[in-house]
Design a protein around this ligand. Sequence first.
Ligand code: B12
Ligand code: SF4
Ligand code: SF4
Length: 271
Amino acid sequence: MKGIVKRLARECGFELAGIASPGAVPERLLPAARSVICTGKLYNTGADGRIISRYAQGLDYHDVVRAALDRLAARLKDEFGPFDCRVCVDTSPVPERALARRAGLGWIGKNTCLINQPMGSWFFLGELITSLDLEPDQPPPDRCGTCTRCIQACPTQALVPFEGRWTLDPRRCIAWLTIEHRGEIPDDLRPLMGTHVFGCDICQEVCPWNRRAPLTQDLAFAPRNTGLGLEDLAALDEDEFRRRFRPTPVWRTKHRGLLRNVKIALANSGR
Ligand code: B12
Ligand code: SF4
Ligand code: SF4
């Protein structure tokens, strides 16, 4: 049964799939939950992520991953008959990295990303919580070893020790500051943000497990606004911003947030 689930997941566009036991959180979301099918979908196209991070250059992954999980649910129902299920992509109460680790998709690196040995960390996670009784997979070993590249490379020292492991201090993380933080960005952090106007890939770019990581073949993640420099972004009006970024994750900052970030990036590059 598990083999069929993994084969169908691959056919629905997921490079990674595994099974975890539900735990308290998915059980709250679906009381009949017996297992969680955890999936990973590669998004890296190899494009430069120094202005807009790689995950945000194509179509919004919430829509792409959700549609693929809906397809997977339909295929599983054709195969096994009716069952209860619930699709999750970035649903905040679901600890996706911890679940994916338990489903054998990878280990949680010191950069706090989920890393798969052959595939690296450039993938999105999504889950199908189901009432199917599937045997759970085992978490793989942690392969960070003595490496500390991500910790050293983080411009804002956002990766910090906590209770014997590494965790992320979102108040210092460029991804948080450029995407989620509203209002002014603290003066001391601005010069450290470089040219990043949406997200940050540095702690993944330096990770040795991403050196030979495969690229996505899914055209949904093909970069949509290539060739736009900081000056071009600064010159976008509200309508143009909407036209270009509405289908992508960048929409989340709104026009005002993007302009705030672009101003800092221009200052940091001496312009
Ligand atoms: C909020 C959020 C953010 C916040 C971070 C807030 C925070 N403190 O984590 C910000 C905006 C900074 C962010 C940034 C990014 N994010 Co984000 N984010 C989320 C979101 C929505 C919730 C995460 C959360 O609840 N964090 C709270 C912390 C406490 O919990 P946690 O992240 O689940 O992970 C901890 C536990 O799992 C714990 N843990 C539990 N069991 C175990 C067991 C062991 C052995 C260990 C060691 C640890 C451990 O350790 C983990 C690390 O601290 C998730 C989706 C989701 N629902 O999970 C995506 C998610 C984590 N983000 C994702 C991505 C892609 C990114 C960025 C790469 C985007 C970018 N380029 O800018 C960066 C990466 C930054 C980084 N180094 O992690 C992906 C990660 C995919 C992957 N391969 O890991 C996710 C899963 C979204 C998705 N559906 O694909 N993100
Ligand atoms: S995403 Fe950037 S700022 Fe955040 S922890 Fe990684 S390197 Fe540091
Ligand atoms: S850079 Fe090194 S320490 Fe950081 S996540 Fe990758 S292997 Fe682990």
